[in-house]
Structures are given as C-alpha cells and as structure tokens.
Design a protein around this ligand. Structure first.
Ligand SMILES: O=C(O)C[C@H](O)C(=O)O
Ligand code: SF4
Length: 517
C-alpha cells in the first residue's frame, strides 16, 4: 500500500465519520420524526437534531463535540502489514485533531493531562482481525462518553426494578434488555441504539455488544430467536415514553441488535452497549494501493432530515395553541427572575455564559472562582476549539455534556458562588433539585449532540481560564445569542426528569409477564 494514499484514506474515514451521519442512521431518525406529534417537545428536539445533522454536513464539522473513544475495526488479508495501517491511523488522527474535526479527547487517567492530539496509552483503539478475503475492510466508530456511561452488564439470574426476576433464559434476557433502555433514560442522548451481547465473560460480552453496533441498522438477524427478540424490543421499548433527550415522547429506541456467544457454566452475562442518536460509524473497503474503493452503510438516497419539518412544526404548534412560554435571559440574572421560570418554559439566552464540566466543578468545590459567578450561567460543555494565527479562539462544536456527573458538587457550588442557572443535558438529581429550590436556581436542558447548532449561537469567545485542564475541561467565557434550552428543573421543586423516570418505571412494569417461554 502507498503510505500517503493510506493515510489520506484513514483521514477521510475519520472526517466523514465525525461529520456525516450514516444513511442507515438517518433513515431511523426520519422514521422517529414521523412518529412524533408535531408541536411536542420531542418533535422540536428532533428538529434541532435534524438541523444539526445538516449543519455538520454543510460545514464538514463534528456532529457532536464528543469525539468519544475512536475505535477502529480492521480486517486484513494474510500478509498485509498491520503496523503500517496503525501508523497511518495515528498520523491521520493527529491531523484530524489539528483541523478541528476531532476534539482532543485522550486524557491521562492519573494526572488528568490531555495529550492534545488524541494519541495516548490505549487511544485510539485499533482491533485487527485476519480474514480470507483479498482486501482490507476498515471501520470506525466514534462512541461518545455520555452513552458509554450508560452501558450496563447484567449477571443472570438477577432482580430488576419493575420487572422482577430475570432468569437464565431468553425471557430473562428480554427483561435485561428492556431494563437497559429504562435505566439509560435520556442521559445517553436518546433516542438511542443498543448493541446486546449474550454470553462470554465480562470483557468479551461487552466486545460482542459493541460489535453489534457495526451491523447496519436495517439488517435482519439470521438467528430466529434473536430476530424475534430484536423485533420485540423495537416494538415495545418505545412504549416506555422516555423519548428524545428524556423529554417524554414516542421514540426512545432507534435500533436494537443482539449477538450471542457461548459462556461458561457459572457465568451468564447480558451486556448492553448504548449508543446515542449521534451514531457515528462508517467503514471503507480499501484498494490495493490503500485508496478508498467503497463506503459502507451508505447505500440508498442521502436524506436531508430538515426537509419540510420546520414549516410543519410551526403550523402544528400554532394550531394546537401549545406554544411554550419563551423567556429571554441575560446574565447577571436576579433570583426573582429565576423564580418566575417553570418546568416546560423555553429560554433564549443572550450574552455571557461560562463553560464548566468535571474538572471545573471539582476545582470550584475547593478553590475560588477565577471570575465573579454571581447571577451567572454555567454551561456543562466541553467544546471543540481552534486557535487562529492571531491567537483568537473559535468554537467548532459545542453541545452539552451529561450533567449528572456534577451532582455531588452542583448544589453547593451554585449556592456558594451565586450561580443562577446551569445548562446541560440528561437532568440532575435530588441534591441539585433541593439546592435550586433553596437558593433560587434553574436547570436548563439543551439538546445533547447538537454541537453545530449551539456552536452557531456562540458569537464570540471572550476569554478562557484554567486552561491547564485541557480544551474540553477549561472554563471558556462565551458570548451567545439566541441560545435555546428548556427548563426541566425549576426553583419550585419540579423536575421533568424525575417525572419521566417515575412514569417510565411504571410502564416498564407492564413488561413483567413472560413473553418467550
Ligand atoms: O464529553 C462530552 O462532550 C459529552 C459526552 O459525550 C456526554 O454525553 O456527556
Ligand atoms: S453528547 Fe450525546 S450525542 Fe454527543 S457523544 Fe455524548 S451521548 Fe453522544
């Protein structure tokens, strides 16, 4: 293989995977849109997602700011030099990061230092396999952290909330899979796709689950039992009513793929890999010189998800009289203003917000803030940033991150610094809800994965603090215009997340009776 050609192919694979949602995934999202009633919160969220996918296409920019853990699966004929392919991937990763197509995402687990170029111990993941065919098949998945954190592994038999005993049979497996969708709620940026691995040990079970994510969304399982299970889950998981982003709605799951392998007598694992709607995985068939011969997952027409949707939504919203209350917010915000907000209100933010995620929250819990946060807004976000030749920073992608990770700190920090609003996704827990009530604060939910959509609302980067934490974790001072989010936790003790969790658990309990005997 030609070194330059191979490197260019790996670069194209990375850039396309990060910026161009595969056609099979687009088809699944389009069907979800057709099921949602226009004018609802779920339909509006899907509309934002659709716009975001289109913007990523047009700008050749990351669909979501989270590059995730880039994982390559490569099949090579006997005799192909795998080390050359590895080197080409490393070089392409570095270049794609420099070009703002990937966020620097490789972090030293002990020191927290970001390597800056996406290379490091264990990153990217590259898995090779030999096969009898005479060409190289190279596939890549960029699976984000928020959905990765919602993966779950069951050891059968077990007791499941809502569903009771899950035994060592197909029906027990069915219960685990239904439960896995419930426990993810909206935190993995639902509606999601799941890969399920039955059997193996703790690590090979998860590998099998993740391997299912490389199947095309619209394929049919050749194993009749598994085909039935996949069909059952697709037909029933959407009854849980978790919906897009956990806002409630008709579509909670966009795809379910199940694989099976043998186990040992004492172990029976069911492993579930959860992938967000921003299901970024593509593949290529390489020619002998290392060029791209064919793209995978790209059969059929290219779908523009935005077609027709905006006008329909506006008409439907006007007809139903369901237009939400839209409130404009600009920091510094008073307690009085915050207490006027109720769950379901839509806010449009102008002016200043500060990013702050895991490292900042830990830092603020035992240090002073680098800026005055009184009346301010914190955005749980780790953006993709690029510096130009004059030293100015530009936002390349900036969607919200999963807020629940900040649950141990959030309430205390809001009270201590006078923060009035936090923006994130997936919602927060009882400790934060109590602090919002006591102090006068709100939690605002932005649409997870809509990194282009929000980047477009950011009109300038006015400064940055705590850069030692690396680009995703630093405190960026952003100037925004028309940044839209929904109030999902207010200062009166109401939480949409708590409500959806409760109602979906009740619905889950309806699937308790045996189905596969
Ligand atoms: O790291 C991020 O930017 C987001 C992450 O993928 C998440 O879903 O929380
Ligand atoms: S923010 Fe949401 S869409 Fe992006 S990687 Fe995380 S889970 Fe996926």
């Amino acid at each position: 293989m030609n070194k330059e050609t191979l490197q260019q192919s790996m670069y194209d694979l990375i850039v396309e995977t990060s910026t161009n949602l595969p056609k099979d995934v687009r088809r699944a999202i389009r069907s979800a849109k057709e099921r949602e009633n226009a004018g609802t919160r779920a339909a509006m969220s899907l509309d934002t997602i659709s716009n975001n996918v289109k913007m990523a296409d047009d700008n050749v920019s990351p669909i979501c700011q989270d590059t995730g853990l880039p994982t390559f699966k490569i099949k090579t004929p006997v005799g192909v030099n795998q080390l050359e392919i590895k080197d080409a991937i490393y070089a392409a990763m570095v270049q794609a990061t420099k070009d703002g197509k990937l966020r620097p995402n490789s972090v030293d687990s002990l020191t927290g230092a970001n390597s800056g170029d996406n290379l490091g111990l264990g990153t990217p993941v590259i898995k090779f396999e030999q096969w009898e065919k005479d060409y190289v098949d190279a596939r890549l998945i960029l699976k984000g952290g928020g959905c990765e954190n919602k993966n779950i592994q069951y050891s059968l038999p077990c007791e499941l909330e809502g569903l009771g005993r899950a035994g060592r049979d197909l029906d027990g497996i069915r219960k685990c899979v239904m439960h896995s969708v419930y426990q993810a709620q909206g935190q993995g940026c639902s509606a999601g796709f799941i890969g399920v691995g039955i059997g193996g040990d703790r690590s090979s079970g998860y590998d099998l689950a993740k391997a299912q994510l490389f199947r095309s969304v619209d394929d049919v399982n050749p194993n009749e039992d598994l085909r039935k299970l996949e069909e059952y889950v697709m037909n029933n998981a959407n009854e849980l009513g978790i919906g897009t982003m956990g806002f409630g709605g008709e579509t909670t799951l966009l795809g379910c793929k199940v694989g099976v392998m043998n186990r040992i007598p004492a172990s029976f694992f069911v492993s579930v890999a959860y992938n967000c709607w921003a299901f970024r995985r593509l593949g290529v068939k390489l020619s002998e010189d290392g060029g791209i011969d064919e793209w995978f997952y790209q059969e059929g027409d290219k779908i523009d998800l935005t077609e027709g949707s905006q006008a329909e939504l506006e008409t439907a919203a006007a007809d139903s009289g369901e237009k939400p209350n839209v409130v404009v917010l600009e920091a510094p915000i008073t307690e009085e203003k915050i207490r006027e907000l109720k769950v379901g209100d839509v806010v449009q933010i102008n002016g200043r917000m500060y990013t702050g995620r895991d490292a900042i929250h830990k830092h603020l819990s035992d240090n002073d803030a680098p800026v005055d946060l009184d009346g301010q807004i914190i955005y749980h976000c780790g953006p993709v940033m690029l510096k130009d030749d004059e030293g100015n920073w530009h936002v390349k992608a900036a969607g919200p991150t999963t807020s629940i990770r900040e649950e141990p700190y959030q309430g205390d920090i809001m009270k201590r610094f006078g923060i009035r609003a936090v923006i994130g996704k997936g919602g927060m827990g009882p400790k934060t809800l109590a602090a919002l009530k006591e102090h006068g604060g709100v939690y605002l939910n932005a649409i997870g994965g809509a990194a282009q959509y929000y980047a477009d609302c950011i009109k300038g980067v006015d400064g940055v603090d705590l850069m030692q934490f690396g680009i995703p974790e630093a405190m960026w001072h952003l100037n925004v215009e028309g940044f839209t989010a929904v109030v999902t936790m207010d200062s009166h003790g109401n939480s949409l997340h708590e409500e959806v969790d409760k109602s979906s658990l009740e619905k889950l309990a309806q699937f308790k009776e045996p189905v596969f005997k």
